[in-house]
Ligand binder design. Structure first.
Ligand SMILES: Cc1ncc(COP(=O)(O)O)c(C=O)c1O
Length: 451
């Protein structure tokens, strides 16, 4: 489609969006005057402005203008049980009157730790943080401490949160800095590998092998485009880490309890030395967890040691707060009682991937929906791009068409994907929702094809 046609179509969608989100527009203008870009998380901004949420329940998110959207963003993919599930609301109601932060040890922490460790046995020990960014920061710190080496290998497009060590090669073009304020020197000990490319990755790893502390990888590249790792590729990375004396770290902040009750590590038969969790494990409240083998995690035990002999990881004022811990327990217990939900979510995900591609392709629009289980994202293939297997491939697809598609879903059909981000299906979604999504995609495809 010509750029001019796309922009004409976008103007139509924007006009419609603006007509139904007037209050959001006013609020966003005000927000922009006191919060840079109007939000504390840049990805939440999209043009012309994001709607202001008022409340959310089940699969719906409601805005201040009275619109109800079927939500596939689902709180940054945290809400596998949908918004405000009863099991979480009930426990929070009870807990919140008992205290929101104790600032000391409590049994809710132990309960969640035991559950995680039981469901993911590579997590022999673990520590809680408030965010996923902290968990990955601590995981690489632990790896450096354990190995006595400096280099971190991550993926091109790999997103592990805002910590300095890992804010490297996240967005295309990968050789450019991610932003100001991060010094080149700070990234001297980080290399980026081409995802799903064994030979390309090994040739880079060979250059840093002697000083390699860890390889950190998302089993499914999330923020970079919902791209599943190949089994062989992930195993090759694990094996390389083993042979070179480095640690293998799996970032399961998106995939943990999302792809299976036992994580992607179970699906892929991987044995990470360390892994990180977040999102689902907090039941919709702030959390991060760094987990791993005892011999590594024990380095965090400061008892009886003198300064400099332990690794400072974990914690923060709100870490182990009884609300996040109890919400996490409620969700994990629910998932444990209902393990069949995963096959149902996968069926819905498969249907979305297959049928969106079908209706788009029937209108002559070349797309490829990627993902596994309940996670999916539709990429618009440019001339010469046949498949989407890495963040580089994603960069070669049409980001503009993807944005147009997601924005059209929001504006014209009340279906919310954060533009350019993957969608997540929760147990609240059903066949009818997926059918509506496919029908809407077909109508958008027809708009595009005839514009
Ligand atoms: C794979 C992965 N790791 C880490 C993070 C950072 O987690 P948080 O946003 O809780 O800091 C994210 C966030 O989206 C993520 O997707």
């Amino acid at each position: 489609m010509q750029e001019q046609q796309a922009s004409r179509l976008l103007s139509r969608y924007i006009k419609h969006y603006e007509s139904k989100t007037k209050r959001s527009k006013q609020l966003f203008e005000h927000a922009s005057s006191i919060i840079p870009s109007g939000t504390s998380h840049n990805i939440r901004y999209f043009e012309p402005y994001p709607f202001f949420a008022r409340m959310a329940s089940g699969k719906y998110i409601y805005d201040v203008d009275g619109n109800a959207y079927t939500d596939y963003w689902m709180g940054h993919w945290s809400l596998i049980l949908g918004h405000s599930p009863k099991v979480v609301v009930d426990v929070l109601r009870e807990r919140s009157v008992e205290g929101t932060i104790f600032g000391t040890v409590n049994e809710h922490v132990l309960r969640l730790a035991e559950l995680i460790s039981k469901l993911m046995p590579r997590g022999e020990m673990l520590r809680f943080t408030n965010t996923g960014s902290e968990a990955t920061m601590y995981a690489v710190r632990l790896a450096r401490a354990y190995t006595g080496k400096r280099m971190i290998a991550k993926m091109e497009g790999g997103w592990h949160g805002f910590n300095t060590d890992l804010m490297h090669s996240v967005n295309y073009p990968f050789h450019m800095p991610e932003g100001k304020g991060i010094l080149e020197e700070e990234l001297r000990y980080v290399v980026a590998l081409p995802f799903n490319d064994i030979h390309g990755s090994i040739s880079i790893l060979d250059m840093v092998r002697d000083d390699l502390a860890c390889i950190i990888v998302e089993p499914l590249l999330g923020g970079a485009g919902c791209i599943p790792g190949d089994r062989d590729y992930l195993h090759a990375l694990q094996e390389y880490a083993r042979k070179s004396g480095a640690l293998f770290i799996l970032d399961e902040i998106v995939t943990g309890f999302r792809l299976s009750l036992h994580g992607a590590q179970h699906i892929y038969s991987l044995d990470p030395d360390l892994f990180t969790l977040g999102k689902i494990v907090g039941g919709g409240l702030p959390i991060g967890v760094v987990c791993g083998l005892k011999e590594v995690m024990r380095l965090a035990d400061a008892r009886g040691k003198t300064k400099g002999d332990w690794v400072s990881i974990g914690g923060g004022t709100y870490s182990e707060n009884p609300l996040s811990m109890s919400a996490g327990v409620a969700v994990l217990e629910y998932l444990t009682r209902n393990p069949y939900i995963y096959s149902r979510l996968e069926m819905l995900g498969d249907e979305a991937r297959r049928s969106i591609d079908k209706v788009m392709n029937e209108h002559g629009i070349r797309v490829k929906s990627t993902g596994i289980g309940s996670l999916f994202l539709t990429h618009f293939l440019k001339h010469g791009v046949e498949d989407v297997r890495s963040a580089r491939d994603v960069a070669m697809c049409s980001i503009e068409m993807q944005r147009l598609y997601h924005f059209a879903l929001l504006s014209m059909y009340d279906i919310f994907f954060l533009p350019n981000k993957l969608g997540a299906i929760s147990i609240e979604h059903d066949n009818i929702d997926i059918r509506r999504l496919i029908d809407a995609s077909e109508r958008i495809a027809s708009d595009i094809a005839f514009s």
